[in-house]
Structures are given as structure tokens and as C-alpha cells.
Design a protein around this ligand. Structure first.
Ligand SMILES: C[S@@+](CC[C@H](N)C(=O)[O-])C[C@H]1O[C@@H](n2cnc3c(N)ncnc32)[C@H](O)[C@@H]1O
Length: 253
């Protein structure tokens, strides 16, 4: 860790920057086998709609034109599978995730869907990608970036591996500012999700972290500034479902 003495958030707790990744990894090792089921239960299936909106924005070519997607923090593969379904023969995705258990679930799902030749799974850290400069046509990260300890580093890496003229897309939980919905959302997040997590995965604490980490993530305009600082141009975002989620976009020009 190259920022000695610095602390960061792990949910609502302050922890040494160097400890956060291990704590995050424990969360996803613990929930990996039930991760996809929990996503459906927690969001009443809405995560599928949000992911489809991301794929629409990605708009991969439907032809045999080569198109290489890097799906970072790609976990069990949802974004890459959806992109592969929408794309033509020239499409290939690399799911990169730091957690071997999430990747193992992803590989199984890919085989079941007969997508194992079009989607690869690679263990790696968003902060230090083992890919060449300017090697991908698009970079996606869905519900992943708030778990990364050094977000600025991950954004610079995203910029580095993208070819000029290609796009960065980030789907992440955001800030609900709609009066009424905000109270309901808080109630649901803190009173329903951790107990639901306990019932389904036997682990309430991991889900407590997940809801807390959402509250600590920067607001859309502040996150857009971070994307610009990493070098991206034409940075924009749209909020979805009353601000529960935001989709950020930037271009490497
Ligand atoms: C909430 S899951 C999202 C999975 C998938 N993108 C989806 O939308 O279903 C967050 C993922 O981020 C991964 N992750 C956390 N820190 C990471 C890092 N530094 N580099 C790469 N992946 C990371 C976790 O292992 C986990 O699989």
C-alpha cells in the first residue's frame, strides 16, 4: 500500500486504507454462492433493469467487428453475459475481479449459458490491471467501484487500458434525494436488507457493510469530477429509480 497512515471507510467504520481490500474480500467470499439470488431479492429484480440500461448505453456492435469489453469487478459475470447476448460475433468480454469465489460462480454460469468462449474470467485488482495500455474497446464496472479502496487509482487504470475513442461506464448505487422515497429507502436498507442477508446467506454483517458503503459513496457530481480527473472527457451521468442508482459515462478521446 503506497499511502501509509491513510484511513478510509469500510461502511461507516474508519479503517486503515491497507485493510479495506481484505475486509471487502471477506464480504464477497462470504456471499459469493448466494450473491445472484440476493441481488434479485434485495432489488425485487430491479438490478436486471439497471444492468440492461447499462448495456443499452454500451451498445456493443451486433456484427462480427471485433469488440473487446473489460468488465472490472465483474463478479459472477452478469454485465458481460448481458453484453454478449446483445452483441454480435466479434464480441469478447474479460471479467476481471479480485475475488476467486465470485469468479468461480461466474465461470460455472458462463458454461451453463454456453458463453465460455466469449467471456473469460481473470483474477485481478481494479487498482493495478494486468492489461496492456489501450487494449479495450469499452470498460464497465457495475456495483464494484465503491468497494475499491483507491477509486482514483482504479479510474486511472480504466483510462490507461482503454483505446482512444472508447467508453467508460460505471453503474453504482447513488443518493436518493426524492422526499418520501429517501425515508422508505433508508428503512428498507437498514431494517430489511441485513436481516434478509442473514436469512439467505447466514451473514447479516456483509449486507450491513453493503448498505453502509452505499451511503459513503460520493454524490454523482463529485464522482463525475473524479472521472474527469482521471483523464476522461464528455463525462455525464443519469440517475435511475429516484437516484437509487447512477450510470456514469466518460470517453477516452
Ligand atoms: C457487488 S459485486 C458486483 C458484481 C457484478 N459487477 C454485478 O454487477 O453483479 C462487487 C464486486 O467487486 C469486486 N471487487 C472489490 N474490490 C475489487 C478490486 N479492488 N478489484 C477488482 N474487483 C473488486 C468484488 O470481489 C465483487 O465481486
Amino acid at each position: 500500500m503506497d499511502r501509509p497512515g491513510e484511513t478510509t471507510h469500510f461502511g461507516f467504520k474508519d479503517v486503515p486504507l491497507g485493510d479495506k481490500q481484505t475486509l471487502v474480500n471477506d464480504v464477497f467470499h462470504s456471499v459469493a454462492s448466494r450473491y445472484d439470488l440476493m441481488n434479485d431479492l434485495m432489488s425485487a429484480g430491479l438490478h436486471r433493469v439497471w444492468k440492461d440500461i447499462m448495456i443499452n448505453a454500451l451498445d456493443p456492435p451486433r456484427s462480427d467487428r471485433p469488440f473487446k469489453l473489460l468488465d472490472v469487478a465483474g463478479g459472477t459475470g452478469d454485465i458481460s453475459f448481458r453484453a454478449a447476448k446483445a452483441a454480435g460475433e466479434g464480441f469478447h468480454a474479460t471479467v476481471c475481479d479480485i475475488n476467486s469465489d465470485m469468479l468461480a460462480v461466474g465461470r460455472e454460469r458462463a458454461a451453463k449459458r454456453h458463453l465460455d468462449t466469449r467471456v473469460d474470467f481473470v483474477e485481478g485488482n481494479a487498482e493495478a490491471l494486468a492489461f496492456a495500455d489501450r487494449s479495450f474497446d469499452a470498460y464497465t464496472i457495475a456495483f464494484g467501484i465503491r468497494n475499491v479502496p483507491q477509486i482514483d487509482k482504479a479510474l486511472r487504470e480504466a483510462y490507461r487500458v482503454l483505446k482512444p475513442g472508447s467508453r467508460f461506464l460505471c453503474l453504482e448505487f447513488s443518493t436518493v434525494e426524492m422526499p418520501g422515497l429517501d425515508k422508505l429507502y433508508d428503512l428498507f436498507s437498514f431494517k430489511v436488507i441485513p436481516p434478509l442477508g442473514r436469512m439467505v446467506t447466514g451473514d447479516a454483517e456483509s449486507y450491513q457493510y453493503l448498505v453502509e458503503s452505499i451511503r459513503k459513496f460520493p454524490k454523482p457530481n463529485a464522482f463525475a469530477d473524479m472521472i474527469r480527473d482521471a483523464g476522461f472527457s464528455r463525462v455525464s451521468w443519469q440517475t435511475l429509480t429516484g437516484g437509487i442508482v447512477a450510470l456514469h459515462s466518460g470517453w477516452r478521446l
